[in-house]
Design a protein around this ligand. Structure first.
Ligand code: GCU
Length: 586
């Protein structure tokens, strides 16, 4: 791979002013209590809420102030912290005062793990910039912008849905708004390690192929990549663009669900160093099989939303992650599909430590305005931000680029094919997929066809036979017509709803919302799985019941999607045991 290719890769991946890789950085956390002004009328714009009100003369007064204003926790969604904000979609202004005394010849960056949905960021009354998208990190350089003493950081957060948003207006999860992940100030040297990719070359079990990108005036530097456990000290040098190619071999103990081996890897330049825990594994499709480290693997998966059911809130912490991931492990999974947006970094890292493969997805979900001129750029930015954050995470084996978009939507195919090609350029070492439900099911025959399959590594099908669609024959006699007969098929969603405890109901009606009805759906689905050609894995919708306002059946749903195998209190429904048994067989 020539230097030009790496340069293109970095360019494609960078695309944002001076982003710092936050691994093992010297950072000051701004988490904690922030003062807030809830602004349903959106008046903060013309009242200039980003300017701290200071009366100059006796007649001056201001009808807003952050001093004495209510407080919210950051990180955390605002909906679960104030009951008047339970279903709120609108603007909330956050303010944090902080002191920082930067050392000489260093640079400062303000880092946000995520803010849903649009963030306008101000420092000491000056606008730093904005970010759109609720599930990926962003930062601003604030070198020379902080002052001695109190600095005032103000963030306008707006979680209103946009017609040309990603996701668009309609989606089946609660639209948690707020500063939902960590906020920190990162201090670096003048020239620092901006980004790096240290992973195995596509299809290899021991050849690392990657790069390192420096940012700053001193571009040409000697670089060392160290893996002490393997006595590796790889030396290279960055060019006048601060880029160095990395290529070496090593007898890695490969990362896998059974042995989630991580290595301490340190990258040293003359002015900076970062340390990361990195696993090395090879994931690929060969014919109709998915291979992990050259061995066929069956993907025993489950869908998870980023919600801590016990807290009834957006999940963000390592504890939240362990709660969700331990439940997936207990079900018998080796993969978690993090629906339908990039989840927080804690979840990815905990999954990596626990030996759970990760399916990471951007929220190009159902109703997307593909013909809107701004949408392609928004999709690409979100994709870049997702890959940039998690490309060194061995556990992440899939980039999923869309879910249930409508094949008839103007420009859908072009936009998504273009995005897929960009994704392959950015990272061809992982599987790249689109999830669809465009198949037909007539007379117990599935006819599976979608343009996007040509560009995807797996055929990923969402089907709810037994729930939204009645069976049209014996599940064990289901027939399949598949346009791409050689590609592996993954059932990315299936299932049905039940209210935990609603059992021993003497009826086989869906409207019973009974555990038995849901259990029967799972039994039938598992029978049908036996008929699917090239089946490489299945992924029930969903692990836990979760909040979704559109689910309004007052007795059984009460604002929850009840397709969980576990209730929102973690109680096992009858279908859980059916799924657990199936995964034990696999
Ligand atoms: C869809 C969709 C999910 C949704 C599920 C459901 O397939 O992808 O986001 O929650 O169906 O209807 O429960």
């Amino acid at each position: 791979m020539g230097t030009l290719f790496i340069f293109l890769w970095c360019e494609l991946l960078s695309g944002q002013t001076a982003m710092v890789n936050v691994q093992s950085r010297n950072l000051t956390s701004l988490n904690g209590k922030w003062n807030v002004l809830v602004d349903p009328g959106d008046i903060g714009g013309w009242k200039k809420f980003w300017i701290e009100p200071k009366p100059q003369k006796k007649t001056d007064f201001f009808e807003y102030s952050f001093d004495g204003a209510p407080e919210l926790n950051v990180p955390g969604d605002f909906n679960s912290q104030m009951c008047e904000l339970s279903f709120y979609e609108g603007s909330v202004w956050y303010r944090k005062l902080f002191n920082v005394s930067p050392k000489k010849d260093t640079r400062l960056f303000l880092y946000f793990g995520a803010v849903n949905y649009i963030a306008d960021v101000y420092l000491n009354g000056e606008k730093l910039g904005s970010h759109e998208g609720g599930f990926t990190p962003f930062q601003f350089e604030i070198t020379g912008k902080v002052k001695e003493g109190n600095n005032s950081l103000i963030v306008k957060v707006d979680n209103r849905r946009l017609e040309n948003g990603i996701p668009g207006r309609g989606y089946d999860w609660l639209n948690y708004g707020g500063i939902t992940r960590d906020v920190s100030i990162i201090e670096t040297a003048d020239t620092y390690i901006d980004d790096y990719s240290i992973q195995l070359k596509k299809g290899s079990l021991n050849n690392v192929l990657g790069w390192i990108q420096l940012e700053g005036g001193h571009a040409e530097q000697n670089i060392k990549v160290k893996i002490p456990e393997l006595h590796i000290v790889y030396k290279t040098r960055t060019n006048d663009k601060g880029i160095a190619k990395v290529e070496f071999s090593a007898p890695f103990k490969l990362w896998s669900p059974d042995s989630p081996k991580l290595y301490k890897v340190t990258i040293e330049s003359e002015t900076d160093s970062v340390t990361d825990s990195i696993g090395f594994r090879c994931i690929e499709v060969q014919g109709n099989k998915v291979l992990l480290n050259k061995k066929p693997i069956f993907l025993k998966a489950v869908n998870i939303h980023e919600e801590n059911p016990m807290k009834k809130a957006r999940a963000y912490s390592a504890e939240d992650a362990r709660l969700l991931l331990n439940s997936a492990k207990e079900l018998g999974c080796n993969l978690v599909r993090l629906a339908h947006y990039p989840h927080n970094e804690n979840t990815i890292k905990e999954a990596e430590k626990m030996g759970l493969m990760v399916w990471s997805e951007i929220p190009i979900y159902q109703h997307i305005q593909f013909s809107d001129s701004l949408v392609p750029q928004k999709m690409e930015t979100m994709l870049k931000e997702m890959i940039r954050r998690d490309k060194n995470r061995a556990a992440v084996i899939v980039w999923s680029l869309s879910n249930e978009t409508y094949s008839g939507t103007p420009n859908r195919n072009n936009a998504l094919i273009g995005l897929t090609q960009k994704c392959r350029t950015m990272d061809s070492t992982r599987l790249i997929n689109h999830v669809t439900n465009t198949q037909s099911y007539v007379n117990n025959v599935f006819n599976v066809w979608d343009t996007l399959y040509k560009y995807s590594d797996l055929i990923c099908i969402n089907e709810y036979i037994g729930w939204y669609d009645p069976w049209q024959g014996k599940p064990s006699e289901t027939k399949w017509k598949v346009a791409f007969p050689d590609k592996p098929i993954f059932i990315s969603e299936f299932g049905g709803e039940a209210l935990y405890g609603n059992k021993n109901v003497p009826t086989d009606e869906a409207a019973s919302w009974s555990e038995e009805y849901q259990e029967q759906i799972y039994k039938n689905q598992i029978e049908m799985f036996g008929t699917i050609p090239n089946l490489c894995g299945v992924c029930p919708w969903i692990l836990f019941d979760y909040k979704s306002l559109g689910r309004m059946q007052p007795v059984y749903q009460k604002g929850y999607n009840r397709k969980g195998l576990l209730s929102d209190k973690g109680e096992k429904k009858k279908a859980w045991y059916i799924m657990n048994e199936y995964f034990k067989q696999k």
